[in-house]
Design a binder for this molecule. Structure first.
Ligand code: COA
Ligand code: MG
Length: 309
């Protein structure tokens, strides 16, 4: 059989908004109290959850609470996301309709296995945007990669473009699907984390790392967050307000990093003017890739600055 190239999935056209997405805090969708609490935090994004954080007999209640919260609460700079139940569930259609009517910044879709799954979500959302008189593609999508098939299909999912803004690692579901045992070191998820970061970077998407379920071990959370950042993740999910500052801190460039990046870029520009490519800077060879990393640091600093006020 001849190998066919991947079909390119047409996705609605869009304009991405520059949210830093260091910390995305899950807040159960049926808890107005927690949503209000979340809106007052120095968090980059809140994921109002209709899926696993909500009991099976509270799904309709959660939809109503999330709709009212988005209409009534001032979230300031915080990105407003709603996680719906998965495509294969009986709740998906009603969740998506409620979320689209409420008009969050983005919708988080769990258990995406393929580009075809994503195309179905996009088409349903586009129809709802048209029905609600909202601009096409205005509501962004972030997808949870949390099945073995989702990991295998990362390249075709990441290249869908359009309203797709980010990939999130759902590590607990994935470990269960893999038959893996969770360990503190996390090597059982290393391949998936690395594959997700690579796919996200290739297509300019946010890469969001797994939650840390230990509520009291902030040393462990910080170590996981630093490891994620070193791998290339742009942020990490949180499940409790106390995790948010730890995550923000780990994913923010430090003042020393910003200062070094500024000096590097200035030195690079001076050397370019003088017709020099590679040069020595404080005992290390510097060339273009190192400057790109420095520019990336300055860009991240610019994105996060308003959230530090
Ligand atoms: N978002 C917003 N506020 C939260 C919160 C969250 N995720 N978790 C806790 N809070 C609030 C609490 O309401 C409490 O404030 P209050 O005293 O004014 O009501 C304060 O922070 C301290 O909470 P604490 O007592 O330490 O935690 P808890 O026992 O109330 O809740 C959890 C513990 C794990 C149930 C809670 O953190 C939670 O719901 N996390 C999200 C779970 C989730 O969404 N899972 C699905 C995705 S993985
Ligand atoms: Mg999950």
């Amino acid at each position: 059989m001849a190998i066919q190239p991947d079909p390119v999935t047409p996705m609605s056209e869009t304009t991405p908004r520059p949210f830093p997405r260091r910390s995305l805090l899950f807040t159960p969708g049926d808890s107005r109290r927690k949503i209000e609490k979340g809106a007052g935090l120095a968090v980059d994004g809140l994921i109002l959850d209709l899926e696993d954080g909500v009991a099976l007999n509270r799904k309709a209640e959660a939809r109503a609470v999330v709709g009212a919260a988005l209409a009534e609460i001032d979230f300031g700079r915080i990105e407003r996301l709603v996680r719906v139940n998965g495509l294969a569930t009986e709740w998906f259609a009603a969740d998506l309709a409620a979320a689209a009517a409420a008009g969050p910044d983005a919708i988080v879709v769990p258990k995406i296995d393929s580009a075809a799954d994503l195309a179905r979500v996009d088409a349903a959302l586009a129809a709802l945007e048209a029905k609600n008189g909202r601009p096409p593609g205005g509501i962004r999508l972030l997808v949870l990669i949390e099945t073995p098939l989702g990991v295998l299909n990362l390249p075709e999912i990441a290249r869908c473009g359009g309203r797709l803004d980010g990939l999130i690692l759902g590590g607990e579901d994935l470990a269960a699907g893999l038959g893996a045992t969770r360990t503190p070191e996390g090597w059982e998820l290393f391949y998936a984390r690395s594959a997700l970061v690579t796919a996200a970077a290739a297509y300019g998407l946010s890469a969001i790392d797994n939650i840390s379920v230990d509520l009291d071990r902030h040393d462990r959370l910080a170590e996981e967050a630093r490891q994620g950042r070193r791998l290339g993740f742009t942020g990490k999910m949180a499940i409790h307000p106390a995790q948010v500052p730890v995550i923000n801190n780990c994913f923010s460039p430090t003042p020393a990093e910003i200062e070094t990046a500024r000096r590097l870029v200035a030195a690079y520009e001076a050397h370019q003017q003088a017709g020099t490519g590679a040069f020595a800077f404080e005992g290390r060879m510097v060339d273009r890739p190192i400057i790109l990393a420095a520019q990336n640091t300055l860009h991240r600093a610019q994105l996060t600055a308003p959230y530090e006020e």
